[in-house]
Design a protein around this ligand. Structure first.
Ligand code: XMP
Length: 524
């Protein structure tokens, strides 16, 4: 069984980061809610308690049952986790002595402590807490302090229980990765053998066993997740996998043909379905964003289902679901309200009466890319920006028409090709710790939006009255928050010129300088 570290989530915004940092060490980990602790098998090598928006002194503060964990397995409490251990095991937490937010300098007190092996005597850490550990839990002693917080890190003697008041998982804790490596690889004794190659070998073997000679259907979207899922399944079951790639008539310029060719080159058994006319028909007269999404989503299900019916004896539907989609989040403020309906294919499995197989369920996005690379998938596919299921349908504000689609496709092509051809010296957005080949690679997502506004301009000697195009480029890690990219002025000048000169129907180009929140990435 794969060895792993269990992360108990108390609802912190950065819990997933703990997971990502461990995975970067090639250590497999799983995040579970604090009140749904799974059975602790011998493969669980250690446990980490996350931070939380709660104070341990709140009436409704989350309480985890550590009776099978503390003193029995290596344990690391982070922020709320550190306070929780203190509060419940003989220490004391109070709210008033010293609050710390932001950067602080940590001084290691116990230099022999395995948690700080190879860590500088003083280093920058990130603090974010209102409460203070006033008294350490029973049997504990201080292992590090900051100027304001004496009990910044402690260890319980006779146990492998450690706790840190700061966040080792965030970027601003400079030596955080070393501390987490010390915990996972040193104190817990993990081997660090969770590599893309080992994932591929294990997954292919288990898919073979699970699927046998069954037939499987998979919907390809051109995106990274479905592509990697398809290649893995193809490796496991070959021609028993049928992929369906639907042209919804709302894709980018030449996208359907280009991506379909790449899939065929990779040896995938793929059926391309041209059904753009159906989608456009359904979108006629529809202007409300949610109604557009629903129309596109339900038409997709109908087209996909009709195609899938032709594949006799199919028993499974494969999906490119990834780990952030399945982590059960700890609800802190009640269920979050719906902002946009993102799930394009919701309802598909029920309708088709098929069993579900999700080979990427345990992977974070950057791991999907690493696996994709190890599978030999070309960079153009692996490094593609996310693209929404409803496609250009939600980037044409208001009603979608053939004419507007044509304008948007041409403008978008100029923007995206421009990004791909513009050299830069920036970090890659898709591969952490690598440099980008060009601007496109350095950006998390870029796109073009056609606004339903016409404005006056002058072309030659003539007055023009044409559409406005908005350009959007953002940096993000998961799409939940995003910052607009500071594109070089020379680049924007060139793209704007090219679009206005070459795309008939456009006389104005704007750049969207809003971050998420409060704006969203897509305009609809
Ligand atoms: P927003 O606009 O909510 O988008 O900031 C966040 C990320 O999700 C993508 N997105 C979608 N993806 N179906 C999808 O598969 C959708 O309906 C959808 N809407 C938005 C968006 O492109 C961005 O990456």
């Amino acid at each position: 069984m794969q060895e792993m570290i269990l992360i108990l989530d108390f609802g912190s915004q950065v819990t997933q980061l703990i997971g990502r940092r461990l995975r970067e060490l090639n250590v497999y980990c799983e995040i579970h809610p604090y009140n749904k602790i799974p059975a602790i098998g011998p493969n669980v090598k250690g446990v980490i308690l996350s931070g939380s928006p709660f104070s341990v002194r709140d009436e409704k503060a989350p309480i985890a049952d550590l009776s099978n964990i503390k003193g029995k397995l290596p344990l690391l409490g982070i922020c709320y986790g550190a306070q929780f251990i203190s509060q419940h095991f003989g220490g004391e937490v109070n709210g008033s002595i010293a609050r710390e937010y932001g950067r602080a300098m940590l001084t290691v007190v116990d230099e022999a402590c395995p948690l700080f092996k190879g860590v500088s005597k003083t280093s920058q850490v990130w603090m974010s807490h209102g409460d203070t550990i006033a008294k350490l839990p029973q049997g504990a002693r201080i292992i590090a302090s900051t100027d304001d917080v004496e009990n910044a890190a402690y260890k319980i003697d006779g146990e492998t229980t450690y706790a840190v008041q700061f966040h080792p998982e965030v970027f601003h804790t400079k030596e955080g990765p070393q501390m987490l490596a010390n915990f996972a690889l040193g104190i817990c004794g993990c081997k660090g053998d969770w590599t893309p190659d080992s994932f591929i070998d294990n997954t292919v073997a288990s898919l073979k066993q699970k699927l046998g000679d069954d037939k499987v259907i998979l919907g390809l979207s051109g995106g990274v997740d479905s592509t990697v899922a398809a290649v893995l399944l193809n490796k496991a079951i070959g021609k028993n996998l049928t992929c369906i790639f639907v042209d919804n008539g709302l894709l980018r310029k030449n996208e359907f043909e280009d991506v379909l060719d790449s899939y065929k080159e990779m040896g995938l058994n793929v059926i391309g379905v041209h059904s753009g006319h159906l989608f456009l028909e359904k979108l006629k007269g529809v202007t409300d964003p949610e109604a557009k999404r629903k129309a596109i989503g339900s038409t997709f299900i109908d087209v996909f289902d009709a195609e899938a019916q032709k594949i006799e004896g199919a028993r499974w539907l494969a999906q490119g679901t990834i780990y952030p989609d399945v982590i059960e989040s700890v609800s802190v403020n009640g269920p979050s309200c719906k902002i946009k309906s993102h799930h394009n294919v919701g309802g598909l499995p029920e309708k088709m009466n098929l069993k579900i197989v999700e080979p990427l369920r345990s992977l974070f996005k950057d791991e999907v890319r690493r696996v994709g690379r190890a599978l030999g998938i070309k960079r153009e596919l692996i490094g593609r920006h996310p693209f929404p299921g409803p496609s250009l349908g939600i980037r044409i504000l208001g009603e979608v028409t053939e004419e507007k689609l044509h304008i948007l496709r041409e403008a978008d092509d100029i923007f995206i090709k421009g990004l791909r051809n513009w050299p830069c010296e920036l970090p890659s957005a898709s591969y952490p710790n690598e440099m980008a080949d060009n601007l496109y690679d350095s950006i998390w997502q870029a796109g073009t939006i056609l606004l339903p506004v016409k404005s006056v301009g002058v072309m030659g000697d003539e007055r023009s009255y044409e559409y406005t195009i908005a350009l959007r480029a953002v940096i993000s890690t998961d799409g939940m928050t995003a910052d607009w990219v500071h594109l070089p002025y020379e680049f924007m000048a060139k793209v704007s010129n090219d679009i206005i000169n070459k795309v008939k129907g456009v006389n104005r180009v704007c750049y969207d300088i809003s971050s998420k929140p409060p704006a969203t990435i897509e305009w609809e």
